[in-house]
Design a protein around this ligand. Sequence first.
Ligand code: NAD
Ligand code: UFG
Length: 347
Amino acid sequence: MRILVTGGAGYIGSHTTLSLLEAGHEVVVVDNLANSSSESLVRVGHLTGKNVDLRIVDLLDSAAVDELLGAGAFDAVMHFAGLKAVGESVQKPLMYYHNNVVGTINLLRSMDKHDVRTLVFSSSATVYGDNDRVPLTEGCELNASNPYGRTKEHIEDILTDLGSADSRWSIALLRYFNPAGAHESGLIGEDPLGTPNNLLPFVAQVAAGRHEYVKVFGNDYPTTDGTGVRDYVHVVDLALGHLAALSYLEGVQGTFSWNLGTGSGSSVLEVLDAFSAAVGKEVPYEFSPRRSGDSAVSYADPSQAMADLGWSAKRSLARMCEDHWRWQRSNPMGYSSDPASQHRGPQ
Ligand code: NAD
Ligand code: UFG
């Protein structure tokens, strides 16, 4: 199939682009590089032996998006493009609603106009909000608790309405739990701008000596060791979930949601242990107060994805830490470790 991947230069999008190319699909990436480097796709090119076609376009530029969809002859779109920093979304809600919701509407209008009605959308477990009814099933109430999460919830609503209004649409809402790890080559991985907010990239930077220690946010949660529990899922497993969803959509119409998680939770201290084992020395940490807005426990019931898509996460927490560390160790400053590289696709 010929697939348009929005946000394909980013963390999850670049791993999925790699998996799509490996599976024999044709891929065009559209990204404004707001939170990514074209170097990720140069490296996907090295890994696959295929030059990745990157178009540097902002989804807010509706004319440019329309031109791309009009000329592309795409069979489907995978839509990763979006801003994702929870804290920033609280400070700048308009920027988040504009970028994520308006960008998506621009994309959908052009898809509809040019008869491309198969879409795989990056949603998030954040749509469940602070819901301690674990494991979380797709039927749980949605109640996002910050502007970023609400952009995901609003987009899910739009896509559900679209699927109900017009039976020609086939739409997957993939609710990722906590993506972690990197491709086993160590060539592509997560390259956060500035200080990372998420646990794994921060732990990796502490292990690399870029920060002194990890602050463990809270040790008084009602969990086995008092620290927060999350469902960490390997980014390559996530990428494969997208391929499975795409195959499923070939035979059906409507809007479908699936949790992509492992089904089991790990505490912050368990992650630190696993990462220390991968590094071969202890990653230093200190307890600090709870981070506002964090829930105690979140993990998926991924059985719907298994039943419908035949998908389950295969890679362990130990593997996520080993792969994440290989990427961090080989690219201490992320993609900017290789500043001479430019993207190679046509614009
Ligand atoms: P990322 O920031 O690495 O990738 C997103 C990409 O979208 C970036 O390359 C960015 O430059 C691009 N982008 C943003 N706005 C754009 C616009 N207006 N036009 C064109 N490109 C634009 O993030 P990621 O971790 O790869 O996440 C991918 C998707 O998955 C996002 O939608 C995110 O909200 C969602 N998600 C991520 C996580 C996570 O923890 N990483 C969890 C759940 C859901
Ligand atoms: N944590 C620390 N120290 C840190 C960072 C995190 O102790 O420096 C803890 C948090 O308190 C939490 C756990 O590690 O218990 C995981 O935190 P993350 O920030 O990595 O992930 P969250 O579960 O808070 O949120 C992430 C994304 C959301 C997304 C959600 C579900 O940031 O956007 O996963 O996919 F919605």
